[in-house]
Design a protein around this ligand. Structure first.
Ligand code: NAD
Ligand code: GLY
Length: 353
């Protein structure tokens, strides 16, 4: 088991990674009080034996799977169930699932009795390398993703890669997209991916990068928990990626891959990203995009959808778009462009795909 400490002004927490982390940590975390376990229908159906083994005396809430359930109604139902279960201040909430369960579970824990302990147990690759770590919690509202939420650090994150054995290939590709995101920020991960671009669909290879991704994220979150500076780097590819995710039938990770490709291409054209390094990044991104399941996308009308980038939380001025882009190995920068120019560069970049 690998231990990655994560210290912020509010919490000293630890991320444990390894197939033994559940058996080593869960008995002591569940002992002595009634806890609340949140999961979704898919995870519960596939991993019932896990819930029966560790949570037989606890209150279980199984949310229907899917992003469409990361909303206020579900939050209300979870908080109602927590209240009916008579949880106490020393009760813990265990969020067992992908990013949807982690986000709404973390927010529920932050609100109940003004905050009870939350343990994140991520079961998708995306959640293991990214969303379970760092304390961003949220629900969607009015068609806007993650618009209502809180920074609320889990007390522990337990990352057991054996959950990933049941993950559909589309979800593996989705998590791979977030791993490739780290290659734009971290030279060690960049080198690993460049050396192994033929293994981007290989779960056993991707699993070897889980600890490096978490360690990178933990360092960033420790330096800037509330995203006033350095943490904005974790949004590389996301400005355009979110717009693509809303407009095309693509997963979050795939959309981030397209976003990272188009934004890197733009940064190279504008001389913001070192050309040699940028071209090597584009090569990794292009291979990642075409990993199965892959369908060629028609981006000829993308400019109509890029308007959605105006709602990005990184923007500070009306009609200006801020993107986090790679500058050179181990270095990123914030690139701000007037909306019209941004849309023109991104549209042109799609022609290179
Ligand atoms: P998800 O939670 O919807 O999971 C994807 C699918 O995989 C679901 O159908 C789920 O039921 C299923 N699943 C989960 N574990 C499984 C397993 N072990 N075997 C088989 N199926 C399994 O989505 P996600 O991709 O994990 O996360 C996306 C969410 O995370 C979005 O809501 C996004 O906004 C959020 N997110 C949050 C952060 C953060 O820092 N908080 C970062 C990135 C993304
Ligand atoms: N996933 C981006 C962040 O946690 O900041």
């Amino acid at each position: 088991m690998t231990e990655i400490p994560l210290k912020t002004p509010t919490v000293h927490s630890v991320v444990y990674v390894g197939e033994d982390c559940l058996s080593l940590r869960l008995p002591m975390l569940t002992e002595g009080q009634k806890n609340f376990v949140l999961t979704d229908t898919n995870v519960y159906a596939l991993h019932k034996a896990f819930f029966d083994k560790y949570f037989k005396n606890d209150e279980l809430f199984v949310l229907p799977a899917g992003e469409e359930n990361k909303n206020f109604q579900s939050l209300y139902e979870i908080l109602s169930a927590m209240t009916s279960a008579g949880l106490l201040r020393n009760s813990r909430l265990f969020a067992v699932g992908g990013g949807v369960i982690g986000d709404i579970g973390g927010l529920s824990a932050s609100l109940y009795m003004r905050g009870i302990s939350c343990v994140q147990i991520p079961t998708t690759l995306l959640a293991q390398v990214d969303s379970s770590v760092g304390g961003k919690t949220a629900v969607d509202l009015g068609g806007v993703k993650n618009i209502v939420g809180a920074f609320y650090q889990p007390c522990e994150v337990l990352v057991d890669p054996s959950f990933l054995k049941t993950l559909p290939v589309r979800e593996i590709k989705c998590g791979m997209g977030e791993i490739v995101k780290y290659a734009l920020l971290n030279g060690k991960i960049f080198d690993e991916l460049e050396r192994n671009t033929d293994k981007l669909a290989d779960l056993s290879f991707l699993q070897t990068l889980i600890v490096s991704c978490i360690q990178h994220k933990a360092n960033v979150v420790q330096a800037d928990e509330k995203e006033t500076g350095e943490r904005k780097s974790l949004n590389v590819g996301h400005t355009t990626g979110h717009a693509i995710e809303l407009a095309y039938n693509l997963s979050h990770g795939e959309s981030v891959l397209y976003g990272a490709y188009l934004e890197t291409q733009t940064a190279i054209e504008l001389g913001v990203c070192d050309k040699d390094y940028g071209v090597r990044l584009l090569r990794i991104l292009k291979t990642a995009i075409t990993v199965a399941p892959y369908e060629k996308q028609d981006f000829s009308t993308i400019a109509n959808y890029l308007i959605k980038a105006k709602a990005d939380k990184k923007n500070t001025q009306k009609d200006k778009i801020v993107m986090a882009v790679a500058k050179r190995k181990n270095e990123w920068t914030a690139l701000e462009l007037p909306f019209e120019k941004y849309a023109e560069y991104i549209q042109n970049a799609t022609k290179k795909l």
